[in-house]
Design a protein around this ligand. Structure first.
Ligand code: CU
Length: 174
């Protein structure tokens, strides 16, 4: 799991082959283009905030770019994971992540390699139900399920997750 825009390992590999050096930026753009953009937005008053789409289906290796389109708020993209003080709601083989605070018109990119279901939230707005779900479908459909009742999560967050079935069926759930 890595934010490929600043992946030093990938860059080193490309530098090792001299003729590939010029291709490095193109490779990055090509990979980014294969992914999905999720907007982080809200009403002018800040009373309502959201990820859109809330639910996204990916193939392994696809990227997601979250963009803060909200002129009036900072947001985060943070995995439900013990590293972030939360129950684990991402595949056990996957690494946790936390974008940190994203200012307006800044973005954050992740590549998803491990099939499964990933739930994430925005630190300042979890209580307002600002959460999202990504389903990475590999050879088989993910068999993970997460409880709809979990005392560690705000009710507004639990209520905002699209169902895994809807995401698999529709690809995007707003
Ligand atoms: Cu937020």
């Amino acid at each position: 799991m890595s934010a490929f825009a600043c992946n030093p390992r990938r860059r080193k590999v490309l530098l090792a082959g001299g003729s590939l050096l010029m291709l490095a930026p193109i490779v990055h753009r090509a990979r980014a283009a294969e992914g999905v953009v999720i907007d982080m937005a809200g009403t002018a008053s800040g009373a309502h905030v959201w990820f859109r789409p809330r639910g996204v289906r990916l193939r392994p290796g696809q990227a997601v770019r979250w963009v803060n389109r909200d002129a009036g708020n900072v947001h985060t993209v943070t995995a439900y994971h013990p590293d972030n003080g939360k129950p684990q709601r991402i595949p056990v083989q996957a690494a946790s992540w936390n974008s940190g605070y994203l200012m307006p018109e800044t973005d954050f990119v992740m590549v998803f390699d491990v099939p499964g279901v990933y739930d994430y939230f925005c630190i300042p707005h979890e209580q307002a139900g600002m959460v999202g779900r990504i389903v990475v479908v590999g050879e088989r459909l993910p068999d993970q399920t997460y409880p709809d009742t979990d005392a560690a999560l705000p009710q507004q967050a639990l209520a905002a997750f699209p169902s895994v079935d809807d995401i698999i069926q529709h690809g995007r759930v707003n």
